[in-house]
Design a protein around this ligand. Structure first.
Ligand SMILES: NC(=O)c1ccc[n+]([C@@H]2O[C@H](COP(=O)([O-])OP(=O)(O)OC[C@H]3O[C@@H](n4cnc5c(N)ncnc54)[C@H](O)[C@@H]3O)[C@@H](O)[C@H]2O)c1
Ligand SMILES: [Zn+2]
Ligand SMILES: [Zn+2]
Length: 341
């Protein structure tokens, strides 16, 4: 079957790989849709690991239910891409996202388990979740980034009336902003280096305002707007200027949630964290319960994820879609791939 895999720095190739075969346990699905994620972009930029078939945000139709007695061919499913051991303290406490093995064999994020940039894939049975009929394929494929945003917003512990800054208006930042509003923030601001994305955060209704992170008067304007800084800052970029600006824009004693990922260490002004007694929290993935909650929120029409969708492309357009998402000028935030197109 045709798939898209990492060839080199910022370079994909389309190649043939074997279709997954049933081992009696794994669930085999025909992939219908798969989302492109900001984390995938880090791997693509690094060009590593070579041969990786990405795609960890997906929906498909069961062709072989493996060991899942409750599933039958034709069922529509999505899945958590993670590979928790189920035995460690983290796993047993309902937090598989902390398990040290959770990314070892993650689907679409490891060489051992190819992802959904291919028309068929095998999934670990206990990670598979059925999708209700009243959500679209595209919504189902966005469950994973929605759950990332929900988890981060929960960790920010937003109180009614809080002023919240979300740094970075990619899909993760936009979902964090959406949940911050739902949790009662009186002001939600998105800061961006890409004007088109900044403006889009407001036109989509998830941010009250956006601020230009490249404006030399950015910090001055933050203080003018908030008085003493934001109550909560959710950092959704991962690079050094963005993490530093999180520390500089939060009020004394405020909370910074770090969601953005950097594959290399970043240096931050710890003196601000010390003298302002900041709370710094990392946020990784989601719990199983949060993943299911996001499907419920879409099914009950409490959230509209479709508004974030820009386009649906085929495998041949994956390379150009990554280029578009990293252009720094496009307002596209969510491109979904149909591997059969
Ligand atoms: N912690 C987790 O569990 C988790 C899960 C998914 C994604 N992530 C990470 O979250 C980050 C965001 O994901 P995404 O899909 O939205 O990525 P993205 O690349 O689409 O969005 C990042 C945005 O940040 C903006 N930006 C860059 N520098 C900035 C700065 N200094 N100030 C303000 N904005 C700036 C960019 O213009 C871009 O729009 C990525 O690093 C991704 O790897 C983390
Ligand atoms: Zn993702
Ligand atoms: Zn574990």
């Amino acid at each position: 079957m045709r798939c898209v895999s990492i060839k080199d720095r910022k370079q994909f190739e389309i190649k043939e790989i074997n279709e997954p075969v049933s081992d009696g346990k794994n669930v085999i699905i025909d992939v219908k849709k798969t989302g492109i994620c900001g984390s995938d972009i880090h791997y693509w930029v690094a060009g590593e690991p070579k041969g990786l078939v990405m795609g960890h945000e997906y929906v498909g139709i069961v062709s072989d239910p493996g060991s899942r007695d409750d599933l039958k061919p034709g069922d529509r499913v999505t899945a958590l891409p993670i590979s928790p051991c189920l035995e460690c303290h983290a796993c047993r406490s309902g937090n598989p996202q902390y398990c040290i093995h959770t990314w070892d064999n993650a689907t679409g994020l490891s060489l051992t388990n190819p992802g959904a940039l291919a028309p068929k894939m095998a999934i670990r049975p206990d990670m598979v979740v059925k999708v209700p009929d009243n959500i679209t394929d595209e919504e189902a494929a966005m469950t994973e980034p929605t759950a990332v945003g929900l988890h981060a917003a929960r960790l920010a512990d937003i109180k009614v009336g809080d002023k919240v800054l979300v740094i970075g208006g990619g899909i993760i930042g936009l979902v964090c902003a959406m949940f911050a509003k739902m949790e009662g923030a009186s002001l939600v601001v998105v800061s961006e280096t890409n004007k088109a994305r900044g403006q889009k955060s407001v036109s989509l209704g998830v941010a009250d305002e956006w601020m230009d992170a490249l404006d030399p008067k950015f910090l001055e304007k933050v203080m003018y707007k908030t008085g003493a800084g934001f109550d909560k800052v959710i950092e959704c970029c991962g690079n050094e200027p963005a993490v530093s600006s999180a520390l500089a824009t939060v009020k004394t004693g405020g909370t910074v949630v770090l969601v953005g990922v950097s594959l290399t260490p970043v240096s931050i002004p710890t003196a601000i964290a010390v003298t302002h007694e900041l709370v710094l929290k990392g946020a990784i993935a989601y719990t199983v319960e949060e993943f299911r909650t996001c499907i419920e929120l879409m099914s009950n029409k409490k959230i509209d994820m479709l508004k974030f969708l820009d386009s649906v492309v085929g495998l041949d357009d994956v390379q150009s879609s990554y280029e578009k998402l990293t252009s720094g000028t496009s307002d596209a935030v969510k491109i979904i791939v149909d591997p059969n197109k």
